[in-house]
Design a protein around this ligand. Structure first.
Ligand code: AMP
Ligand code: MG
Length: 316
């Protein structure tokens, strides 16, 4: 299959209208989208990515009016998030309407909804005329794509079209919040943090996947965010110096950290870290790096989301 790369929203939307899949930019990571109501098109997403079918997709909307037709009920917790954070890098989970194909929800009775803040994404969804169900536009198991080049590297020849847009400004996937009950539960941390949500809710919970057998957010059980190298998390330069390498082998080493170990709490540093982490993992793969040392950050604000991705990469 030939993969067309275009900056034309109209041209890309033609593919969606024909029942095809298209990779498109958002502020978090690039998505691989299909018409949410077209089962044949949805199947192509799983095929192109090599994604297990019980891993659900996020439905991307361009307008809050579209939510009514997708869910059973908009709960009070959802209403607050929609009002305070939409459009933005946050996804809400609600009970789904029966018209939603099972492939979208991975067999769950819930649906994930997000309205991206990148205007280009909303213009694209508008042009398609339907909400787009989309996971990240990478091969299953590799780091999420934050540039159109990353999408091309993973999916060239496997998808018909890439809508070319800017490098993702956030760089990690959206915060996912279960809003089916009145107390919101963070299923996946992101740039919209626990602290941000607490400004509008007396209680916010964080879901702990180790406490239950059946993960609430099925994607969390799969290998994720992983470069080919061994990922080692460190607190200091001394930790790095103490690391014992295999003496018989030359080691190629990658190193990602904020500018100054001692000032790791600066917000702009954390934003930079998040924005570059997946790009860095991909570069390390290209350069055949064998060990990647990543500086741990404090699990506050965006730090919680960064550590979530780092721990997954280190445990893969
Ligand atoms: P990706 O964009 O590739 O990270 O994939 C979307 C992710 O959204 C999934 O892996 C899940 O973690 C999450 N998700 C989508 N739908 C649901 C749902 N109904 N309930 C819980 N989590 C969901
Ligand atoms: Mg993904």
């Amino acid at each position: 299959m030939e993969t067309i790369i275009t900056t034309s929203v109209k041209k890309a939307a033609e593919f969606i209208k024909k029942g095809e899949i298209v990779a498109f930019p958002t502020e978090t990571v690039y998505g691989l989208g299909a018409n949410v109501f077209n089962e044949e098109a949805l199947k192509k997403i799983f095929l192109a990515k090599g994604r297990p079918q019980d891993n659900p997709l996020i439905v991307h909307i361009s307008n809050v009016d579209q939510i009514k037709s997708l869910v059973k009920k908009i709960t009070d917790s959802a209403k607050i998030i929609i009002e305070k954070f939409f459009p933005g890098p946050i996804t809400i989970i609600l009970n789904k309407n029966d018209v939603i194909p099972d492939l979208v929800s991975g067999g769950l009775n819930t649906i994930a909804l997000r309205m991206p803040s990148l205007e280009l994404t909303r213009i694209f969804i508008d042009e398609c005329g339907v909400p787009l169900a989309a996971p990240s536009a990478n091969l299953s198991g590799s780091p999420s794509p934050t540039t159109w080049r990353h999408v091309f590297d993973d999916l060239n020849g496997r998808i018909p079209c890439i809508l070319k847009g800017p490098k993702c400004s956030v760089g990690i996937e959206s915060t996912v919040v279960d809003c089916t009950k009145n107390i919101p539960v963070i299923l996946r941390p992101g740039i919209i943090s626990l602290e941000d949500l607490k400004k509008f809710f007396p209680i916010v919970k964080i879901y702990n996947p180790h406490k239950t057998k059946k993960p609430k957010s099925p994607g969390m059980k799969y290998r994720h965010y992983a470069p080919k190298a061994k990922v080692i998390l460190i607190d200091s330069e001394e930790d790095f110096l103490r690391y014992k390498f295999d003496k018989n082998k030359a080691a190629f080493i990658g190193f990602i950290r904020v500018k100054d170990f001692k000032k790791s709490k600066r917000v702009s540093d954390l934003n930079d870290y998040a924005k570059n982490i997946f790009n860095f993992f991909r570069k390390c793969d290209e350069e055949k790096i064998e060990y990647i040392f990543c500086q741990k950050v404090s699990e506050k604000g965006l730090g919680l989301a960064i550590m979530n991705r780092l721990i997954k990469a280190a445990n893969s």
